[in-house]
Ligand binder design. Structure first.
Ligand code: UD1
Length: 422
């Protein structure tokens, strides 16, 4: 198993090219099951999760060429509509193929998903929505078996809780359903807008995306297109927090105006950070400025609030800031595995229910630590950059699920980071 070694105490200085968004690529790849026409999708990051989704699509008779961050795809009729546990267990986003399969073929058997160890993460909201559209489900031997008599029927589907994945799954299913589907209490994440833009480009009729009410008029069939995936706002936000944690000056490249505005907004409480748009928001200048006490109160929220996917990284970036801060996790009930690892490096953190209390310390120290999930692993990199001495991070396969070429990107900014194969 690979591990990462970091020599801490160096400032981050240079330029970083942000990759395409993992969380937009995964649903868009799942959506390619909706048509047998040729699709070309660019700016797809080369990540373990993307390879898992590609393997899954190939198992369903989809032809895919993937090189230089671009996928050429043609989804042919599969021989079997059963997707095995082996393909689904690695990544929860695999469940996003259920909507496209049910709506195009009227049947699907998908293993209950695995994914990050950050809570129970059920799929009831997805299934309730499909049932409203006429699907029937059985759960047998760890599989969700879904069946539709004829075609899915458009309906009003009100999500009992805002869910990114359920919004995406239902939106995809509705594109080929009979009639109009209205998703109420829908998630508004930019990745949902990217998916809707892709679906409209292949001929779907979707309105209201980016708001809490999405209206989809079902079509008989969908067409071909070329599409470019949006930049990864979570990757970009992770680099911003690296600069906040270990100081320096960085220019983030290959982003867009919306992502720049979003980052400026969510990080506005960090007064020791300068964020400035360049080239109409296609670049973002990031600089750590004068030392002030930091006494933050941040709660994770659905978009446009502070993303849960940056909670662990924010925690790490604050452990050496003078003052007391508080981060409340509202989206997942158990996203705190990083806390004990950070404490092993000398951080003064207390977990109180769903709140992390941070008491800034003068120094933290390199240690051998373990990555427990995707974002917890980038949080340990931030801590490693801030620590005195060497940090060794084990189980970095979590990191490879979501960060493209992270060592290279950091090495280019002067950081001493290497990957060691054991
Ligand atoms: C997506 C993102 C993930 C991010 C999360 C929240 C992708 C591939 N993943 O995950 O990185 O952390 O949004 O922004 O885009 N829930 C239920 N029942 C369901 C579905 C969800 O109770 O059927 C709960 C979850 O347990 C969680 C909350 O709803 O507490 C939000 O989850 P959801 O928005 O669905 O997250 P994902 O789509 O899995």
């Amino acid at each position: 198993m690979d591990r990462i070694e970091i020599d801490g105490g160096i400032q981050l200085k240079g330029k970083i090219k942000i990759s395409g968004s993992k969380n937009a690529s995964l649903p868009i790849l799942a959506a390619t099951l909706l048509t047998d026409k040729k699709l070309q999708i660019s700016n797809i990051p080369e990540l373990a999760d993307i390879h898992s989704m590609i393997s899954l699509l190939r198992s369903l008779n989809t032809k895919i060429e993937f090189s230089k961050n671009c996928c050429l795809i043609k989804s042919n009729k599969p021989d079997s509509l059963n997707v095995s546990y082996d393909l689904v267990r690695k990544m929860r986003a695999s469940f996003l193929i259920l909507g496209p399969l049910l709506t195009r073929y009227g049947y699907a058997e998908v293993s209950m998903p695995g994914g990050c160890a950050i809570g129970t993460r059920p799929v009831d909201i997805h299934l309730d929505g499909f049932e409203k559209m006429g699907a029937k489900f059985k759960i047998e031997n760890g599989y969700v078996k879904g069946k539709v008599a004829g075609k899915l029927k458009g309906n009003i589907v009100k999500l009992k809780k805002i869910s990114v994945g359920a919004t995406e799954n239902l939106m995809m299913a509705a594109t080929l359903a009979d009639g109009i589907t209205i998703i109420k209490n829908a998630a508004k994440e930019p990745e949902i807008i990217d998916l809707a833009n892709f679906l409209n480009k292949i001929g779907a009729d979707i309105k209201g995306y980016g708001t809490s009410e999405i209206i989809i008029k079902g079509k008989k069939k969908l067409e071909d297109c070329k599409f470019k995936i949006m930049p990864d706002r979570i990757e970009a936000g992770t680099f911003v927090l690296m600069v906040f944690g270990c100081s320096g000056k960085v220019i983030l490249e290959n982003i867009n105006d919306n992502v720049s505005d979003h980052l400026i907004k969510i990080f506005s409480p960090l007064k020791n950070l300068k964020l400035e748009k360049k080239n109409n928001g296609e670049k973002l200048y990031v600089e750590k400025i004068r030392k002030k006490n930091v006494n933050l109160k941040v709660s994770t929220r659905e978009y446009p609030g502070f993303p849960t996917d940056l909670q662990a990284q924010l925690t790490a970036s604050l452990i050496k800031s003078k003052g007391k801060s508080e981060i409340k996790e509202n989206i997942f009930e158990n996203r705190f595995m990083h806390v004990s690892e950070l404490k092993r490096m000398g951080a003064d953190l207390t977990l109180e229910g769903s709140k992390i209390l941070i008491n800034g310390v003068k120094d933290i120290y390199g240690a051998e630590v373990m990555a427990t999930d995707l974002r917890a692993s980038s949080c340990l990199i931030i801590a490693g950059l801030m620590a005195k001495g060497k940090t060794i991070i084990n189980r970095v396969y979590h990191l490879d699920r979501g960060y493209e070429n992270i060592e290279k990107k950091l090495q280019n900014c002067g950081i001493k980071i290497i990957r060691v194969n054991r």
